[in-house]
Write a protein that binds this ligand. Sequence first.
Ligand code: FPP
Length: 228
Amino acid sequence: MSNPIPTHVAIIMDGNGRWANQRRLPRLAGHREGANAVQRTIEAAQALGIKFLTLYAFSTENWSRPQDEIDGLMDLLCKTLDTYTDQAHKKNYRLLVSGSREKLPPTVLEKIDKALQATANHTGLTVNLALNYGARQEIVHAVNTLLAQGKKAISMDDISAHLYQPAVPDPELIIRTSGEERLSNFLLWQAAYSEFYFSPVLWPDFNAQELQKALDAYAQRTRRFGGV
Ligand code: FPP
């Protein structure tokens, strides 16, 4: 029997820079095309009946990129959030953000808060944007929150309940594009039993067909969760 459609798919969107390089375009052109792929993928996920889609948009390590690329990404993010909020009303999407607010420019925080508020009551696909996100930082944040509450012993359930988005279930499937095969500080806690799918396609070329390929591969996996 094949696995049903996953409830939660998480994606490491990689390869924007290489996509631009191949075309002798600035890296930001790759990110812009990547933002279009984000829109396509959100629509495809909704059509497939996926309930949660986590997208790794900016990692805590991405601050080490050249300032003009960071500025370009933040600007693109603001524009994407506007488009996203419009689409969310039409299609009933809900937005969540996972990550730290620290270091994010006030303009971005404003847009995020607006989008979160505007879509909070939507009941369709939940898009969880991992933004200024690091999984080790997330676990440390959970532990520190528990210590501040006076906890002396911490259980696995305690940690799960104090992650950035505790109501989002663990992803059954994690996809990484561009042929790279590593987790890069993404969802370390939540990925304990996730299936991985590595696509050679660069993120700006990702589309509904590529998502379907990942789901087909996932459907064929045997999931034992440590059992036999
Ligand atoms: C990885 O490609 C991509 C990122 C670090 C940023 C992800 C951003 C987007 C998909 C576009 C914007 C999306 C939103 C939501 C605003 P890379 O630059 O590491 O590519 P490379 O490995 O080929 O250099």
